[in-house]
Ligand binder design. Structure first.
Ligand code: MRU
Length: 359
């Protein structure tokens, strides 16, 4: 398996020891520029997450975890009591965890770090704590790399023959490894399967056109980009073996929030009798939510619609509607591929069977 690209891409990278800093590959500049940005404090990480310089559910969780190292660094510099330092860190937990509302991986990763901090007691050695937080953040990133490989292998084992349609970007840019849905595609390709990938351009921010097409061309996997609105015609007129997408939050019954347009794609796949797969790690499941109705859907700035990439494309008085995600009902999903196994016939029981010891 050629995992080197995921290492080369290094979407999120901690530089140095616990007094170091976070480097983020600025995805807003891809594919025309490969530019890294340096984050030395929590506001810089929050800005990167909000602006989608780093994006994709697992990747923002990893960035948030490293952001917590920066929070502890800043707390060390405060000439204050341990209680006030911990209060400061907890405010930064809030800043990071709420920087994007839909992907549950962000909250999951930050809560994992927060519980490590709280378990260190009321008067911790903050220097040691910063090292421990860095170790935990690196562990989250390494775990994600391994999860992606497992998801890739499970997914490749059920991927039907034929060309593949995907939406948004779910690859090395979006995770700590080869990706989730894109990881399945890459794994199948590395195993010798041959197909063509169709990538929805993914309006309004073009994660499919800019990022998925870039990753696939780097790997020499053939890719064709289509307008999101062309998906129905593609499914009707070409032999598409399956659709495969990632997820930002999956509820206890299998309802799945993912990039806006995913729900429509799932409906189209159903109408054309094409299998529709979701690939995601267990950290993307929110089993406390019974159904997708309660998933908070991020609404982004209307200017992303009204003047995409700075080009004013609408009359001055027109308003924009810009939900970043939608929710696909479980009944439209053929299977959810996780690192723990494959959930078929998706419902509350089959999700629980695979995710049973996740809270
Ligand atoms: O707004 P984005 O680009 O962060 O949205 C990303 C997606 O919807 C991905 O499909 C999802 O996070 C899975 S990434 C492995």
């Amino acid at each position: 398996m050629n995992t080197s690209l995921s290492n080369e891409i290094n979407t999120v990278h901690w530089q140095g020891d616990s007094s170091g800093h976070l480097e983020i590959l600025d995805q807003t500049k891809l594919p025309t520029q490969i530019k890294k940005i340096v984050c030395k404090d929590v506001p810089a990480v929050v800005e990167s997450i909000k602006k989608l310089r780093v994006r994709g559910a697992p990747a923002i969780g990893i960035a948030g975890a490293y952001g917590m190292v920066l929070a502890v660094q800043q707390a060390i510099l405060l000439e204050d009591s341990s209680k006030k330092k911990i209060a400061y860190i907890q405010q930064r937990v809030g800043d990071l965890a709420t920087s994007r509302p839909t992907a549950v991986n962000l909250r999951w990763a930050i809560q994992r770090i927060e519980s490590l901090i709280l378990n260190a007691g009321e008067n911790p050695d903050f220097l040691k704590l910063s090292k421990d937080v860095l170790t935990e953040a690196k562990r989250i990133q390494e775990e994600d790399q391994h999860l992606c490989e497992k998801i890739g292998n499970y997914g490749a084992s059920i991927l039907p023959d034929g060309d593949i349609l995907t939406h948004c970007n779910t690859g090395a840019l979006a995770t700590g490894g080869i990706g989730t849905a894109l990881g399945v595609i890459v794994t199948a390709w590395e195993q010798g399967r041959r197909f063509h990938v169709f990538a929805d351009e993914t309006r309004p921010l073009l994660q499919g056109a800019r990022l998925t097409a870039w990753e696939l061309t780097q790997r020499k996997i053939p890719v064709t980009v289509l307008a999101d609105a062309a998906a129905a015609h593609l499914l009707k007129t070409k032999q598409i073996g399956c659709c495969i997408v990632g997820a930002d939050r999956i509820t206890a019954n299998g309802d799945t929030a993912n990039k806006i347009g995913t729900y429509g794609l799932a409906l189209l796949a159903k109408a054309h009798n094409v299998p529709f797969f979701v690939a995601a790690p267990s950290s993307t499941f929110d089993l406390a939510l019974p159904t997708g109705d309660k998933i908070p859907i991020e609404e982004r700035d209307e200017d992303e619609i009204l003047q995409p990439f700075g080009f004013k494309s609408t009359p001055a008085s027109a308003r924009g509607f810009n939900p970043a995600f939608d929710v696909t009902p479980a009944q439209l999903i053929t299977a959810i591929i996780t690192e723990r196994g494959i959930i078929r016939n998706v419902n509350i029981q089959t999700v629980a069977d695979v995710l049973h010891d996740c809270s």
